[in-house]
Design a protein. Sequence first.
Length: 73
Amino acid sequence: MCLAVPAKIKEIKGHTATVDFGGTQREVSISLVPQVKKGEYVLVHAGFAIEILSQKEAKETLDVFEEIYKNEH
């Protein structure tokens, strides 16, 4: 099973960005979405930003993840 998670772009350096996953920050490649800007949301899979998301899309996806987590615990 593959899972991609929304994250917010905090900083961009070349083809790499620091993204925030709800308080956890990681470095990801933005080579597949070079037009992304600081403050935008991206869908991250296996260390790569694979798609730019609207804030609404990111929130909807994160809400679904939260609901699944609540139902599992």
